[in-house]
Design a protein around this ligand. Structure first.
Ligand SMILES: NC(=O)c1ccc[n+]([C@@H]2O[C@H](COP(=O)([O-])OP(=O)(O)OC[C@H]3O[C@@H](n4cnc5c(N)ncnc54)[C@H](OP(=O)(O)O)[C@@H]3O)[C@@H](O)[C@H]2O)c1
Length: 279
């Protein structure tokens, strides 16, 4: 068993998750990657210098058993867990009126309850050692709303809320808890991880004009967004700097929207957002 610091990472196979994995390996971590796509991740690691420092675990974030089994194996193989990065997530695109129950439940199953299940599983090992760092990847949409994304928004607001409570709960055990709030980043997110409710694209929906104006604009902003390596650098900085801020906005959209949100009164803020998107 080597003595490298060990970080557990969810959603490691693409986008920010893969960049975080690569950055942490470069900085001397062993990374235990929890993924629902082990074959994809193994193929991406094949032949890369990263492979020796990564162990891949197939996990379904909806299943407590699958998470607990993976964490048990990580502790058996590595003996410790120094850091957890809760990164996995997807975006449900739906109006509130047209959403199906199963869609809104699934959004929270992955973005919130999955994060809670993984965190709960690693905490005993961190508490025993009286140290650890947890970084939750939320979003600037954990602080500001956008139409068609109310359930994604709600899940990320919830991640922010849990992050703030947990930080105080865990401070006596020497465990730090942070969030990273990315703006829009060019990853697989808009290409494969936006799930559209059946009414999106239905020309007869009363919300069709909103969808028509907003959806392709937001997809374009995500696809043309910042480089996900910036998020990886922000995560690495949080792990290495005990005095790092509790939450870190990263990227152009996060800086723009969060500073407008801080500076403007509610109605003026929303007027500017509607004007910006033409809605
Ligand atoms: N891209 C953006 O503009 C943006 C902005 C703000 C916040 N974020 C957040 O950043 C995080 C990473 O997203 P990304 O941009 O890197 O997107 P991505 O390339 O789509 O990666 C997201 C990862 O989350 C996991 N995931 C997605 N849907 C899942 C599901 N139904 N069940 C279990 N795991 C699932 C997958 O990992 P595995 O297949 O490896 O399990 C996937 O690779 C997410 O939490 C997202 O909400 C993204």
């Amino acid at each position: 068993m080597d003595t490298l610091p060990v970080s557990v990472l969810t959603g490691a196979s693409t986008g920010m998750g893969f960049e975080i994995l690569a950055e942490l390996v470069r900085r001397g971590y062993r990374v235990a990657a929890l993924t629902r796509s082990p074959e994809l991740l193994d193929a991406k690691l094949l032949g890369k210098a990263l492979a020796d420092r990564v162990e891949v675990h197939a996990v379904d974030l909806r299943s407590r058993d699958s998470i607990d089994r993976a964490v048990e194996r990580i502790l058996h193989n590595c003996g410790r867990i120094d850091a957890l990065i809760n990164n996995a997530g997807y975006g449900l695109v739906s109006t509130l009126e047209e959403v199906e129950d199963r869609e809104m439940i699934e959004q929270f199953e992955i973005n919130l309850f999955g994060l809670v299940r993984v965190t709960r599983a690693v905490l005993p090992a961190m508490r025993d050692r009286r140290e650890g760092v947890i970084v939750n990847i939320s979003s600037f949409l954990g602080r500001v709303g956008l139409p068609l994304l109310s359930f994604y928004n709600a899940s990320k607001y919830a991640v922010e809320g849990i992050t703030d409570s947990l930080r105080m709960e865990l401070a006596p055990f020497g465990i730090r808890v942070h969030s990273v709030m990315p703006g829009f980043f060019s990853t697989q997110f808009a290409r494969s991880n936006l799930r559209l409710n059946a009414s999106i694209g239905d020309g007869d929906s009363p919300y069709a004009p909103l969808v028509e104006t907003l959806l392709s604009r937001v997809q374009g902003e995500i696809n043309g967004g910042d480089d996900p390596r910036l998020v990886a650098l922000a995560v690495a900085e949080l792990l290495e700097n005990p005095d790092a801020p509790v939450r870190v906005p990263v990227g152009r959209m996060a800086r723009k929207f969060l500073s407008m949100r801080r500076e403007l009164e509610d109605r003026e803020y929303e007027r500017r957002v509607r004007e910006y998107y033409g809605i």
